[in-house]
Design a protein around this ligand. Structure first.
Ligand code: NAD
Ligand code: MG
Length: 395
């Protein structure tokens, strides 16, 4: 029986995780659930799964959650605030943590799971982008397993040899891995005339053609910042040099990513665009369980196509490559500026085309420095947010 804590259980990944768990009560037990503000949804989840611990962000929401649970005779311990997210990891007796909070808010509890030697199912890519080296060191020190949930990285993980190690490229040399190919749908504006992009609304940006996801990652998919963050994520997860990590536009989202080998072989993982597949893979690894996903029918697909991304259409992708090459604190700055810009866009306080402008200005203002401790990362994150907000105010 695996004992699971879900950080961000009320979000898109969280709900899909519970859907897989629901189908396998003999294998998985939910011991902790956390949410930001969605008290009613979290209450329903607690009533169904009876975790030991539930966490929300604010005290008032915790009081309301407690009331709802008492009415239903549920004895879940209710807590609130950022430090309680760590408690949900360390004190719930979990062995597996689904890290599915969106953005930098997920970093500290994900790091706590890494240090505590848990099996970490990583959806929260921003945490790894911000803290790359530190996070991988924490995983090593903790001795747990890091399994990628992001569909591209999960695909690559499935296509790599079992004895591939993420921290020693010399040990991997004989395995013949030449390149990782991350596929990208290109989002809703892949073919939109460039002169129409200026008036894009949040609703249009969040209407992804293939995937149903949270609002922040939907905007990131539209700008392709998501793919940029994923390049950095792949760099840390798999330890290959950046020039061996390539991005391919593949509008059908059927091939979830590929590994090219020295002998000419290319291994791909295919499937429906349904996150329950990588989630089930991570939960049950190294076994495989039913995920509730309908079988893939290749004969019903008209075609599978691939092309190079157009960097002039997707400046965020190019900014992410630059930040990845700079290393140090630059990816944390990139991430923070992007989170601020996307939140402003979703609030209708920033035009769509200004998202890359804010990110670039922030990177130019502060992208130097190291990111070798949690304190320094949190400090640079806060600094980048302030700079990005000031740029937005000045527009
Ligand atoms: P979402 O917005 O649907 O859910 C986010 C969750 O985090 C919610 O439970 C929310 O309550 C919680 N949360 C938000 N802010 C918080 C805060 N400050 N403190 C505590 N909790 C907070 O997002 P999502 O689409 O489920 O994405 C989650 C993560 O998974 C993101 O990092 C995203 O990039 C990654 N991811 C998502 C998908 C997908 O298909 N949705 C695919 C790949 C990777
Ligand atoms: Mg992805």
């Amino acid at each position: 029986m695996r004992r699971i804590a879900i950080l961000g259980s009320t979000g898109s990944i969280g709900v899909n995780t519970l859907d897989v768990i629901r189908a396998h009560p003999d294998r998985f037990e939910v011991v902790a659930l956390t949410a930001g503000k969605q008290v009613d949804r979290l209450a329903e989840q607690c009533i169904e799964f009876k975790p030991a611990i539930a966490v929300v962000s604010e005290a008032a929401d915790a009081a309301r959650l407690e009331g709802l649970l008492q009415q239903n005779n549920i004895s879940t311990q209710v807590m609130y605030g950022p430090s309680s997210l760590v408690t949900a990891v360390t004190d719930s007796d979990c062995d597996t943590v689904m890290a599915a909070i969106v953005g930098a808010a997920g970093l500290v509890p994900a790091l706590a799971a890494a240090k505590a030697g848990k099996r970490v199912l990583l959806a929260n890519k921003e945490a790894l982008v911000m803290s790359g080296n530190l996070f991988m060191q924490a995983m090593n020190a903790g001795g747990g397993e890091l399994l990628p949930i992001d569909s591209e990285h999960n695909a690559i993980f499935q296509c790599l040899p079992n004895n591939f190690t993420k921290d020693s490229s010399s040990q991997n040399a004989h395995l013949g891995v030449e390149e990782l190919w991350l596929t990208a749908s290109g989002g809703p504006f892949r073919n939109t005339p460039l002169d129409q992009l200026a008036s894009i609304t949040p609703e249009q940006a969040c209407a992804h053609p293939n995937w149903v996801m949270g609002r922040k990652i939907s905007v990131d998919s539209a700008t392709m910042m998501n793919k940029g963050l994923e390049v950095i994520e792949a760099f840390w997860l798999f330890g290959l040099p950046l020039e061996k990590i390539k991005v391919l536009i593949h509008p059908q989202s059927v091939v979830h990513s590929m590994v090219r080998y020295r002998d000419g072989s290319v291994l791909a993982q295919l499937g429906q665009p349904d996150m329950r597949t990588p989630i089930a893979y991570g939960l049950a690894w190294p076994e495989r369980v039913a995920a509730g996903v309908k079988p893939l029918s290749l004969t019903q697909l008209a075609n599978l196509s691939f092309s190079e991304p157009d960097l002039s259409r997707f400046p965020c992708l190019s900014l992410a490559f630059t930040a990845a090459q700079s290393g140090g604190a630059a990816p944390a700055v990139l991430n923070a500026a992007n989170e601020v810009a996307v939140a402003a866009f979703l609030d209708k306080g920033l035009p769509y085309l200004q998202i890359p402008v804010v990110v670039e200005k922030t990177l130019n203002a502060i992208a130097t420095g190291k990111a070798d401790s949690l304190d320094s990362i949190l400090q640079i994150d806060a600094q980048a947010r302030k700079v990005a907000q000031d740029f937005i105010k000045a527009l």
